[in-house]
Design a protein around this ligand. Structure first.
Ligand SMILES: NC(=O)C1=CN([C@@H]2O[C@H](COP(=O)(O)OP(=O)(O)OC[C@H]3O[C@@H](n4cnc5c(N)ncnc54)[C@H](OP(=O)(O)O)[C@@H]3O)[C@@H](O)[C@H]2O)C=CC1
Ligand SMILES: O=C1O[C@H](COP(=O)(O)O)[C@@H](O)[C@H](O)[C@H]1O
Length: 515
């Protein structure tokens, strides 16, 4: 991030955006809507073009119609098919191309140059690979061979997860890409880093005087991170059955969220300084020294048949494109330690799963109890203070403190200070993809993952995956619609803690609001 710039108002420089995988799900649900929102917000320079690339044949008009439908269905702004829309749509073109066909890239180059001339674009090119990762290496190579990187301006490569299957495959993938692109030209997407409240963690921690002095093992008892989903694997059973929850959510979103909570304050708010601090956290994660340690600290589960909201839900093994004897985990929870001065001894409990009762991303920071309870003997024992960072779908910050119950002589009860950001900003909160596309086009890599972060995260996760492969982590079952295996509760109970309710249900604990 450049210092002292108001990045909210900065327009992207003139550029061509290439969406490889333009007929796919991600382009339709996230990327086209993100481009349109940027345009509507005045954040996209008028000198832009988008070239959608995939194998399927599409005329230019058909492609523009696809884009229109995706915006109508998924964008926070809508549009009529009016003259303004048609002016916008003229910036979109399609190229049918198999990424293994080098001649296609030469044709793409001609098409690009024509568009650059037509819209007065200074040769900047952003290549977004919404493709299966196996294709990343070939696309990069063919972009170079086809002369697509010889423009007058910058070239940037934006790549989607999963970045590899383990450290070895990720390193190989990285090597292939790095033959063509420099590290600073590569933008590895982790869409959780584009979420409003994930970015707010940094601001909250480093722009408020009262958090930082308490943000350490002297005052914090434990931290709980929950990434819960109500959905199953939907149409992505083929991919998911190969990946599982640990690789799909743990290696990336979960550990990235943990780094934002645990990192030291960077000396400057520059991308490299922030990423340096994040990678230090990942390197400080205590590796599980043996398969036995994995077994004692990590829980893996898979959902069985269940129900939610009166609806019958199938077992994971009955889902489309999932092996009927699959041992893939759809849930995992772990007790993790960050072995540095700040966090020594503080357990981070992390959990994620499909088919849980609520869709929620939440961080609960539980503070240590008061050293003595001068109110002993009262009806209610003192509850620990909690700071809850609500990332999704509710966005906000909630603090639970103890206060005298109004009207009573001396009764203490938990009360809430609740900043509900989503109640104020509502649905206009920018989507993660919108923000990340805007950042990549402006060359701001703060909220993208650097290779050393990806590699450190994989080496932590690989130890768990290896132990599981050798069957040292029993696959527990949980009914769809429940909070996961019981063993995940025991993980905290062993340390004298419990999972705090998430998604607004914590309010049930706030005694005097209820009574
Ligand atoms: N969908 C999502 O919500 C998310 C997706 N991702 C990641 O994003 C990437 C894309 O996902 P998604 O959109 O769901 O996948 P889809 O399968 O829906 O789309 C894949 C796209 O790749 C194109 N494609 C496949 N092979 C070739 C080829 N040889 N040459 C040119 N184009 C090709 C397909 O078009 P055609 O068949 O016409 O060639 C299609 O447009 C994956 O890496 C996925 O893991 C990450 C997070 C979320
Ligand atoms: O990357 C992924 O994230 C989604 C969850 O994202 P969210 O923004 O809706 O919380 C998850 O469903 C998917 O399996 C995973 O690949």
């Amino acid at each position: 991030m450049a210092e002292n710039q108001n990045l909210d108002t900065l327009k992207t420089p003139g550029a061509v955006f290439f969406i490889f995988g333009a007929t796919g799900d991600l382009a339709r649900r996230k990327l086209f809507p993100a481009i349109y929102s940027l345009y509507r917000e005045g954040k996209l320079d008028e000198d832009f073009a988008v070239i959608g690339v995939a194998r399927r044949p599409r005329t230019q008009e058909e492609f523009r119609e696809d884009v229109y439908r995706s915006i109508q269905e998924f964008c926070r702004y809508s549009s009529e098919q009016d003259s303004e829309w048609h002016a916008f749509a003229q910036h979109f073109e399609y190229k049918s191309l198999d990424i293994n066909n080098i001649d296609g890239f030469r044709e793409l180059r001609e098409q690009t140059e024509q568009l650059e001339t037509k819209f007065n674009i200074p040769g900047n090119r952003l290549f977004y690979l919404a493709l299966a990762p196996e294709l990343f290496g070939s696309v990069s190579f063919n972009l170079m061979k086809g002369g697509m990187l010889d423009g007058e301006g910058w070239n940037r490569l934006v790549i989607e997860k999963p970045f590899g299957y383990d450290l070895e495959s990720a390193a190989k993938l990285n090597e292939e890409i790095r033959k063509v692109f420099k590290e600073e030209e590569i933008y590895r997407i982790d869409h959780y880093l584009g979420k409003e409240m994930v970015q707010n963690i940094e601001v909250m921690r480093f722009a408020n005087a009262f958090f930082e002095p308490l943000w350490n093992n002297k005052h914090i008892a434990n931290i709980q991170i929950t990434l819960g989903e109500t959905v199953g694997v939907e149409e992505r059973g083929g991919y998911y059955d190969h990946a599982g929850a640990l690789r799909d959510m743990g290696q990336n979103h979960m550990l990235q969220l943990l780094t934002m909570i645990a990192m030291e304050p960077p000396s400057r708010l520059l991308a490299e300084d922030i990423r340096d601090e994040k990678v230090k956290v990942l390197r400080s994660l205590r590796p599980y020294a043996s398969h036995e340690e994995v077994k004692n600290n990590v829980v893996r589960g898979q959902y069985t048949h269940g129900s939610a909201g009166g609806k019958d839900l199938p077992a994971y093994r009955e889902e489309d494109k999932v092996n009927s004897e699959s041992n893939t985990e759809t849930y995992f929870a772990a007790r993790v330690f960050v072995d540095n001065f700040r966090w020594a001894g503080v357990p981070f409990y992390i959990r994620t799963g499909k088919r849980l009762p609520v869709k929620t991303t939440e961080v609960v920071v539980e503070f240590k109890r008061m050293p003595t309870n001068v109110y002993l003997g009262q009806k209610h024992s003192l509850e620990p203070n909690l700071l809850v960072i609500r990332v999704n779908p509710m966005e906000g910050i909630y603090v639970k403190i103890n206060a005298k119950k109004p009207g009573s002589e001396s009764e203490i009860a938990p009360v809430a200070m609740d900043f509900c950001q989503s109640c104020i900003v509502g649905i206009n909160s920018p989507e993660a993809y919108e923000r990340l596309l805007h950042d990549a086009a402006r060359g701001d890599s703060t909220y993208f993952t650097r290779w050393d972060e990806v590699a450190s995260a994989w080496s932590f996760v690989d130890r768990i995956a290896n132990a599981w492969r050798e069957n040292q982590g029993e696959l527990e079952s949980y009914p769809a619609g429940s909070w996961g295996p019981k063993r995940a509760d025991e993980l905290l109970e062993e340390d004298g803690f419990h999972w705090w309710p998430v998604n607004g249900q914590l309010e049930d604990n706030v005694v005097w609001l209820k009574n």
